[in-house]
Design a protein around this ligand. Structure first.
Ligand SMILES: [Zn+2]
Length: 41
């Protein structure tokens, strides 16, 4: 994973639009721009 994106995720911020992220069943979603990422176990 991109290190820059990791830093955003650590802070709970969308790497795309910088809004707050929502966590859903192992995935991270942005309700503002639709960005999402699921964690690979
Ligand atoms: Zn976003």
């Amino acid at each position: 994973m991109n290190e820059e994106i990791k830093e955003f995720l650590k802070q709970g911020i969308c790497p795309n639009c910088k809004n707050k992220l929502a966590h859903k069943e192992g995935c991270i979603e942005c309700e503002f721009c639709g960005w999402s990422m699921c964690e690979e176990a």
